[in-house]
Design a binder for this molecule. Sequence first.
Ligand code: NDP
Length: 418
Amino acid sequence: MLSLLTLCPPFVILLWYTMVHADGSVYQTWDYFMQHGLQGFNNIWPKPTAVAWKIIACFAAFEAVLQLFLPGKRVEGPISPAGNRPVYKANGLAAYAVTLITYLSLWWFGIFNPAIVYDHLGEIFSALIFGSFVFCIFLYIKGHLVPSSTDSGSSGNIIIDFYWGMELYPRIGKNFDIKVFTNCRFGMMSWAVLAVTYCIKQYEENGKVADSMLVNTTLMLVYVTKFFWWEAGYWNTMDIAHDRAGFYICWGCLVWVPSVYTSPGLYLVNHPVNLGIQLALFILVAGIVCIYVNYDCDRQRQEFRRTNGKCLIWGKAPSKIVASYTTTNGETKSSLLLTSGWWGLSRHFHYVPEILAAFCWTLPALFNHFLPYFYVVFLTILLFDRAKRDDDRCRSKYGKYWKLYCDKVPYRIVPGIY
Ligand code: NDP
């Protein structure tokens, strides 16, 4: 925890510096440090500027207003470990459409040029690093003093509380859900906005957009569109239903997502590779198939749970395990575990197309440098670790029923291998 708390912030700056000022070459950055030592780090770390703060504040305020006021269906989240059921307003897709249309219109009508965001990106990341850290301190204090629900509490260790968070779904007032804001409306939205920004920057620089950039941006936008299409489903996943609001999830979504997740596109701004129509189309179609399979895995699980197992999985009645468990306040409840369809191939098969999709939107960068592939490598480590964490959590929640599932579906992620 301590190493992630201290190493992630400088890494974000190093990644930005290498992509924008060192030609995407880790070797060049290394060389720079060999010459300038650690003092060199101080020189490259951009100070947050007024422009950076203004851009972040406008974006955050715009997204908060959309989250609060756009209409949306009332959606109930899953029952929490303390037995509560949080309620959300599902207006993510509308917020996504309004955001992209507004951003493109500002550019089209000459009101705001997205290239400015690219030109101040280092300062923006720097401001995000510090601002989000302060925000996590606020979450920590709020968790101690005024928790929003009984799904909160301290582990007794200040570092663990700060890192993993105190509250499961902290709110401001009754309706403003902080994790929906940090994870979806700021983090995921900034991913789409920055992908478009990089595309526009390349256009402004070169008067055209390379096919590699088009494939990268299109795939990232398809992925984020899928995310917002399915946002209410996301509220049933580990990020929202199990991980508390602390540095890990909130700082990660506020800083790591905009900087690291978008980095293949950032690399392509100054490396307009020409793929040719055939290769470009091949990568595009492969990427879309992966995103679809990933979506279908999530959809299958949620449809199965929503209908209480009364649905068809790959055209047949699903095979399942009825697993009972006890909530923290002693109530006995039961959940259904799907053991056919994608969920019969392995216990976390959906991570395979997730990783392959990320590989597909990085592939347009070809193989001159390693750094564009950092996100794919990071995602692979993250998801393998996540699968293990989830297995451990489910084993302690469901006990013998989880063992039954593991006997029936023995592989954790890659069928036949792992
Ligand atoms: P899941 O949506 O897979 O949620 C896991 C939970 O589902 C478990 O904790 C358990 O919860 C329940 N569950 C487990 N097995 C079954 C089963 N067989 N049948 C029914 N329910 C089951 O987890 P994630 O949050 O990891 O993934 C959601 C999506 O987000 C995926 O598409 C993933 O690829 C993506 N993702 C992307 C990341 C990124 O950084 N790009 C990071 C993480 C995820 P319960 O307690 O309800 O039983």
